[in-house]
Design a protein around this ligand. Structure first.
Ligand SMILES: Cc1cc2nc3c(=O)[nH]c(=O)nc-3n(C[C@H](O)[C@H](O)[C@H](O)COP(=O)(O)O)c2cc1C
Length: 377
């Protein structure tokens, strides 16, 4: 039960955040839970109009002036597209309504964006015409005024400078395992709770990266592939205990590309870490769709910390936004509505020789700037 009063089974209502709009094929209605819609026929619209609240099929049939069996057929079709919610009988007193997901607070904007960008067909040739080099936007802005104030060269003290100066995305790895100590450092320094702060709401986790409202919704799900003294497999990192919990019964994919589509370069990675957001942790405090933006921003903070720590350890890091969302969530047993994956990163032993971003391409010519961070600065 979720605290709602019991109601007879077999009632339906309009699902929250059903949208109607005009798309290529005509007028379409769709749930914010789904990327695809259905034609917005007059019948579909009148069903939606009449289902502000939980309603029996018989009452709906009477309102529509349709036989109950035909009404049930229409309702079933709409349920299949998540346009309606059904209050079903369960083996608890009076049945139970569908539990709201954290998205309800942020829908439709956040959820539509999230759904529209899930399970993208990475690596397939795009139907769009290729962009022309002549149209390429400049990588920097032109001067925004007549006067420049020249700045002294950056001076980064301590051990941060070498990590900043040498961090690169690695897609070529040497064979061999990374040490368990290095993995522990990588996870602890990036995701581990550094301190608990007493707050009126309860203890707040503080980590090496900032987090909006100290929600720290992003959990690290670890695919150990080649780590000394750690059986290969899937784990959850516990940021409070600084320990890995083995996910018994969960099978790692045969190849990295099953999680990171069309990214063959990461096949030699020793570890892949996927970040999934515990949305409820954020939605509990923030009721605006903007909170989802904050979740994504935080993923970037964590990935940068991860990449810098890996670089400091002499490992080759990477991060990628090209994820097979459903494949990852299914393998890890994550409820896509409550704990969606948002980002992935990993590390391995860098391939010998000079850094080269891609196996099948020449190393680009790098022209250092005078104001770059230098390890000895
Ligand atoms: C949000 C984000 C998403 C990225 N997605 C991918 C990706 O899908 N595949 C990939 O190979 N690299 C990905 N990268 C890495 C970039 O390609 C890389 O950072 C860029 O080429 C600059 O190289 P550098 O990291 O060595 O400075 C991503 C980086 C970021 C920040």
């Amino acid at each position: 039960m979720n605290g709602q009063p019991p109601a007879p089974a077999g009632r339906v209502r309009r699902a929250p955040h059903v949208w109607c709009g005009w798309e290529a094929g005509g007028r379409v209605v769709r749930s914010a839970r789904r990327a695809e819609g259905v034609p917005a026929s007059p019948l579909v619209l009148s069903v939606l109009d009449r289902l502000d609240d939980w309603t029996t099929i018989d009452d709906l049939a009477a309102a529509l002036d349709l036989p109950p069996t035909a009404t049930r057929g229409v309702v079933d079709g709409m349920l299949a597209h998540d346009l309606l919610d059904e209050w079903v009988a369960r083996d608890v007193d009076g049945g139970c309504a569908p539990l709201p997901t954290p998205w309800e607070a942020w829908a439709p904007a956040a959820r539509l964006f999230h759904l529209a960008t899930r399970d993208v067909a990475f690596g397939r040739p795009s139907a769009d015409p290729p962009s022309s080099a002549a149209d390429r936007p400049s990588p920097v802005l032109p001067p925004q005024g007549p006067f420049d104030v020249p700045l002294p060269a950056p001076r980064v003290p301590g051990a941060l400078a070498p990590a900043l100066a040498t961090r690169r995305t690695h897609r070529r790895f040497a064979s061999g395992a990374i040490g368990l100590g290095d993995l522990a450092t990588l996870l602890g320094a990036t995701f581990g709770v550094q301190a608990w702060a007493a707050a009126a709401e309860g203890p707040l986790a503080l980590k090496t990266s900032p987090s909006g409202g100290a929600r720290h919704s992003l959990e690290a799900w670890v695919w150990a592939r080649a780590v000394d003294d750690l059986p290969a497999g899937l784990y959850h990192y516990r940021p409070d205990a600084h320990a890995l919990t083995r996910l018994d019964g969960r099978q790692a994919p045969a190849r990295v590309t099953m999680w990171l589509p069309a990214q063959e370069g990461y096949e030699g990675a020793a570890v892949v870490v996927v970040l999934a957001s515990e949305l409820a942790r954020v939605a509990w405090r923030y009721r605006s769709a903007r909170a989802y933006r904050v979740v994504l921003i935080e993923a970037g903070h964590l990935a940068q910390t991860f990449c810098l720590v890996a670089t400091a350890l002499g490992l080759g890091p990477f991060c990628t936004g090209a994820l097979a969302d459903t494949a990852i969530e299914t393998a890890l047993g994550l409820d896509a509505d409550r704990r969606p994956v948002v980002y992935a990163m990993g590390a391995g032993i860098p391939a010998a020789g000079a850094w080269r971003p891609h196996e099948d391409r020449q190393a680009p010519v790098l022209t250092p700037t005078p104001h770059r961070v230098t390890p000895d600065a």
